[in-house]
Design a binder for this molecule. Structure first.
Ligand code: UD1
Ligand code: CA
Length: 451
């Protein structure tokens, strides 16, 4: 069924105590709103409309970076959830498909759950996502009789008997877009909160002979985030699920509780992740790669058989080909390290290509930044870069070349050449002994020796 997504994200989120709009606070490296967009993307929506209010400009920027086809509409005043959905109506004028309402502060709705809602639409005009809970608190209650949902009553407006209901409203609603907007047009604000409640459309639909049904999901999926403490709990819940999923998918996690995932981390089967590894956004680790302890990775691709760390940092644009080695205290950024190449110790490789089977010695630095612009370093195949080589970019080192340790390479090195760019060594016989004597005498005159 053709579907449009409407994601409500106008609320201020006062309890976050933040300058950042609530929906832009991150869980697993992505704004909560992006999690909701990702879940909804599973339905391959024709339209994605974000209803923004507080911090709308910041919301607009994040939405554009994530999905350039998504539209942001403004709800200048937050008059209730029905009023929020109504802001999307002009963008969906004439649209005959379904509309699914999601929430920017409810990041964990699973795509499978949305798929179940979509199939339940064959049986109901309106499908509401509900959940059972032992602690229904201030959630709206779903009033069900004979398998149909007769109405939703908000906590503030509910009778004691209604408050005793434990089947709650997640807020997620799916209906034909024309019906949804028709019903919303009839919603009033004569209630305890003085708000236009989206939930009122269920009872209104019945007066028109339309029927609503409930799809039930796990309470954890409907978790909304209103405070920093809830954000921290949501992060922990995400990490617990991500670790379990990785183990299930055939990844070895040596100490699962110390590995931190991003929302989009992809780990291949039989990859091994040691202790205390942090994945930022955009990481793919292929089958059989090995990430040793204490590494930080983001925006990178690590191919089969590569070994990374311990203590390595892979930054965005890093591509490690098969069987590469990146060792301790090595930082790599925007660089392709080709098959079998090694950068084992204490190096910075940025804006570079390192050819296959090349060995980069300890302490090597690609000097990629001149204070104004970034420049590229090109290193060929089977090259030996001596320890502590400074490669002042832009610079090229040809296949099979060798640079002497401690060289500052500012000019291109042709294939097969030995490049030496350092002061010539001078040995002065006996001079060390004399120098020490002189220094000791001086110190004795001042009345203090080495201690
Ligand atoms: C809503 C539901 C309630 C449900 C609960 C689940 C209504 C009337 N009630 O209550 O049945 O159990 O969610 O969490 O729908 N928003 C806007 N613009 C507005 C109002 C709200 O964008 O004018 C956004 C908020 O930012 C928030 C979401 O919609 O993300 C829900 O609004 P909120 O006021 O928190 O509704 P609840 O009282 O929690
Ligand atoms: Ca809420």
């Amino acid at each position: 069924m053709a579907t449009a997504l409407i994601i409500l994200a106008a609320g201020e989120g006062t309890r976050m105590n933040s300058d950042l709009p609530k929906v832009l606070h991150r869980v697993a490296g992505a704004p909560m709103l992006v999690h909701a967009m990702q879940a909804g993307a599973m339905l391959e929506p024709d339209h994605t409309i974000i209803v923004a209010g507080h911090g709308a400009e910041a919301v607009r920027a994040i939405v554009a970076a994530h999905d350039e086809t998504a539209e942001v509409v403004l709800q200048a005043e937050q008059l209730g959830t029905a009023h929020a959905v109504a802001q999307a109506a002009p963008r969906l004028a004439g649209y005959a498909g379904d509309a699914l309402v999601l929430y920017g502060d409810t990041p964990f709705i699973q795509p499978e759950t949305l798929a179940r809602m979509a199939s339940a639409r064959a049986r109901h005009d309106i499908v509401v996502l509900g959940f059972e809970t032992t602690d229904p608190g201030r959630y709206g209650r779903l009033v069900v009789s004979d398998e149909t949902l007769t109405r939703i009553v908000e906590f503030k407006d509910a009778t004691p008997a209604e408050r005793a209901i434990t089947l709650c409203n997640s807020g997620v609603i799916l209906a034909a877009a024309p019906l949804l907007f028709d019903l919303i047009a009839d919603v009033g604000n004569d209630n305890a909160a003085g708000e236009y409640y989206l939930t009122d459309i269920v009872a209104l639909a019945r007066t028109r002979g339309r029927a609503a049904g409930v799809v039930i999901c796990d309470e954890a999926e409907t978790l909304g985030i209103n405070s920093r403490a809830e954000l921290a709990r949501a992060e922990a819940a995400f990490q617990t699920r991500a670790r379990a999923a990785a183990l299930e998918n055939g990844v070895t996690l040596c100490a699962p509780e110390t590995v931190h995932f991003a929302y989009d981390t992809h780990l291949g089967r039989d990859s091994v992740i040691e202790q205390n590894v942090v994945f930022g956004p955009g990481v793919t680790i292929e089958t059989g790669a090995h990430i040793r302890a204490f590494c930080h990775l983001e925006g990178c691709h690590v191919a089969r058989g590569a070994v990374v760390g311990p203590y390595a940092r892979l930054r965005p644009g890093t591509e490690l080909a098969e069987d590469t080695r990146v060792g301790n205290f090595v930082e790599v950024k925007n660089a392709l390290i080709d098959e079998g190449a090694k950068v084992n110790h204490l190096s910075y490789i940025g804006d570079a290509h390192i050819g296959s089977a090349t060995n980069v010695g300890a302490g090597t630095i690609t000097c990629n930044y001149d204070g104004v612009s970034k420049h590229h370093t090109e290193i060929g195949r089977n090259v030996f870069i001596g320890s502590n080589t400074m490669l002042v970019a832009p610079v090229t080192v040809g296949d099979g070349a060798l640079t002497g340790s401690g060289s500052v390479i500012t000019r291109d090195v042709e294939a097969g050449a030995l490049a030496l760019a350092r002061a010539v060594q001078v040995n002065k016989p006996g001079r060390a002994k004399k120098l020490f004597e002189y220094l000791k005498n001086n110190a004795a005159k001042r009345g203090k020796g080495a201690d």
